[in-house]
Design a protein around this ligand. Structure first.
Ligand SMILES: [Zn+2]
Ligand SMILES: [Zn+2]
Length: 458
């Protein structure tokens, strides 16, 4: 057949292992009869299901007239950010001969070394892939160096010609991972896919992607690594686990990575349904900084009156290591901007450059880079920087730590931003509140518990 001989042509890689619309496939390729067609929306009397994102909530379907068919159609609102798909438009996936991916002799160009704890996790990971375990969890504290633990597993996968995906709910994490993974596997083509990424095609053997981007893939990965599996929005949005599952081959090994596993994974571990490796120590061998709670009775009154609580200013200006940069977490965008202004007024330039960043900030990436090179000294941020980012020497403050956005996992992750570098392995972490919450108490307990398991006395 005409197309069989061209199967390994790079061009077809764009289409194989994807879930596509007719307009995304050139007519010549589509007419090869190697595609299977499925309806985009399955409609029964009382039940709709979107086959692109798995959504089956009736309230998330809309109806509009179709210009082509001259009648009303359903469309799914849950995945509309990928473009609207009308009920009459089928989806296509390649069902012809599968691609075989190259096997590399020595793909790993990284020359660093692992700590004992990292080595153990790395060995378990390779073993899980070799023995085709379905799932394995690596539960590694913040700053354990989990990316390096992946290298040997990825290397093994590449040696045996596997297609590999490293997925994570957060675009910042994808951006941070891309140069590190590419640097460790310099000869291997790697694409990073996220909203607004330069890479867009998704035809490489190794794909880094937000879990959202996996809605475009279909049964193609042999090894799926999900980093920060507990992060928002993965555990909130059922279409994301749906997308990840569909992107995997039935024989796929899935590796979960997290510092703060949520209830579903903890339960699976408790019932011995999820093999796992615990890495309780940071790569530099120092314990996790334990947050300090600071009560501020007038906190909400102060914030309402747009005043920055005075004794917190005192704390900031009298820190034991004033050269450290400061990451100041706030619950809302509005508060972020206000706090910058307050702090600038109060400190009159003494703290250096103060700026804020949040999810909708157009300069978000640049500001994080400026903070990383110390051009910004105090960065006021929403929870977008709670995880996946590493700064060499920071103290951390959470303002209004009792706010509901700061759940236990968020607080543990935030505290984990301090003391990540060998040269400055500690850091102050302060939770400012006007009433202790369970999340604060549990976050501190869990950090102490991990230090204890890591061999540090409480
Ligand atoms: Zn959908
Ligand atoms: Zn139609």
């Amino acid at each position: 057949m005409e197309y069989d001989s061209q199967l390994r042509s790079p061009d077809l890689r764009k289409y194989i292992g994807k879930l596509l619309l007719q307009k995304e496939i050139p007519q010549g390729v589509l007419s090869s009869n190697h595609f299977t067609q499925i309806p985009s929306i399955n409609r029964k009397t009382f039940h709709y299901q979107c086959h692109r994102c798995g959504n089956n909530k009736r309230s998330l379907f809309g109806k509009i007239p179709c210009g082509l068919c001259q009648k009303e159609h359903l469309y799914c609102r849950s995945c509309i950010q990928m473009g609207r798909v009308m009920e009459c438009e089928p989806l296509f996936y390649w069902s012809g001969e599968q691609l075989s991916w190259p096997s590399y002799d020595a793909p790993l160009t990284w020359e660093g070394s692992l700590t004992d704890a990292q080595q153990k996790a790395s060995n378990n990971l390779v073993q899980a892939i070799q023995e085709k375990e379905r799932e394995h969890l690596i539960w590694a504290v913040c700053g354990a160096g989990k990316t390096e633990m992946l290298f040997k597993g990825i290397e093994y996968g590449l040696k045996v010609g596997k297609r590999i995906c490293i997925a994570t709910p957060r675009a910042d994490v994808v951006r941070e991972l891309k140069p590190r993974i590419q640097d460790a596997f310099q000869e291997v083509p790697i694409e990073a896919l996220y909203g607004g990424s330069d890479d867009r095609v998704g035809e490489s053997q190794v794909i880094l992607a937000t879990t959202h981007q996996l809605l475009r893939f279909y049964q193609t990965f042999d090894l799926m690594i999900i980093d920060e599996v507990d992060a928002f929005p993965y555990h909130h949005d059922p279409t994301l686990p749906f997308a990840v599952n569909r992107a995997k081959k039935s024989t796929c090994t899935t590796i979960y990575l997290t510092a703060t596993p949520r209830q579903n994974l903890l339960l699976k571990m408790a019932f011995k349904q999820l093999p796992h490796t615990f890495v309780p120590v940071r790569y530099h061998g120092h314990p996790l900084p334990v947050p300090e709670l600071k009560m501020s009775y007038s906190l909400h009154k102060d914030l309402k009156q747009k005043k920055f609580p005075k004794h917190i200013t005192n704390w900031i200006t009298n820190r034991p290591k004033p050269n450290r940069q400061l990451l100041l977490f706030v619950p809302t965008i509005l508060l972020a901007e206000q706090v910058v202004k307050n702090l600038q007024d109060i400190t009159n330039g003494r703290l250096g450059v103060i700026d804020s960043v949040h999810a909708d900030d157009p300069d978000r990436i640049e500001k994080v880079d400026l903070f990383r090179i110390r051009k910004i000294q105090v960065l006021v941020t929403t929870t977008i920087l709670e995880r996946g980012v590493t700064f060499p020497s920071v103290d951390v403050v959470v303002l209004d730590a009792g706010h509901s956005v700061f759940d236990e996992a968020a607080l543990v992750q935030i505290a984990g931003r301090a003391g990540r570098n060998k040269k400055d392995p500690t850091g102050e972490v302060l939770f400012i509140h006007d009433g202790k919450t369970n999340a604060m108490v549990r976050a501190i307990q869990s950090i102490k518990q991990m230090n204890k398991r890591g061999g540090f006395s409480l």
